[in-house]
Design a protein around this ligand. Structure first.
Ligand code: ZN
Length: 151
């Protein structure tokens, strides 16, 4: 791994990669979408439960490079409690960060991905989970699962 690439994997990214948040299938989800990034081999499914127009719960599952998995993990922590308009706005800000390297000061952890802009091939890795989440928000409701639930 080059020194530049090592720099790219900043602390927040390493942390989310090591301890992914909200990982696994969400049994109560009423929206789901899948995304894949064939150029890198990343896969990501996003499960969310939409209640009264807000994301009441969200999870992701997938495999791929550290950037894609850490970004999906961080995305779930950012989108919980948001409505579709807020989610779209956060994604626009995140997209700006990964394409220009410039982060609005209030954006906190998302700015960890600013280094991605110097590796254009990795932008799709960083945005994969976000695309899946926005598609899940736009998609049709899925039928409630009839499997027994653990919770
Ligand atoms: Zn990737």
């Amino acid at each position: 791994m080059s020194a530049d690439l090592t720099e790219l994997y900043q602390q927040v990214i390493l942390d989310h990669n090591k301890r992914p948040r909200n990982r696994g299938r969400l049994p109560t989800a009423n929206r789901v979408a899948h995304g894949d990034n064939p150029t890198c081999g990343d896969q990501c499914s996003v499960y969310l439960r939409l209640e009264n127009g807000k994301i009441a719960d969200i999870s992701f599952d997938g495999s791929g490079c550290a950037i894609s998995q850490a970004s999906s993990s961080l995305m779930t922590t950012q989108l919980k409690g948001k409505d579709a308009a807020e989610a779209a706005s956060l994604y626009q800000q995140f997209h700006q960060i990964v394409t220009t390297g410039e982060a609005p000061e209030a954006i906190s952890d998302l700015a960890a991905f600013a280094g991605v802009h110097t590796f254009p091939a990795r932008i799709k890795c960083a945005t994969l989970g976000w695309h899946a989440a926005l598609n899940a928000l736009k998609g049709d409701p899925i039928p409630a699962t009839t499997e027994s639930r653990l919770d």
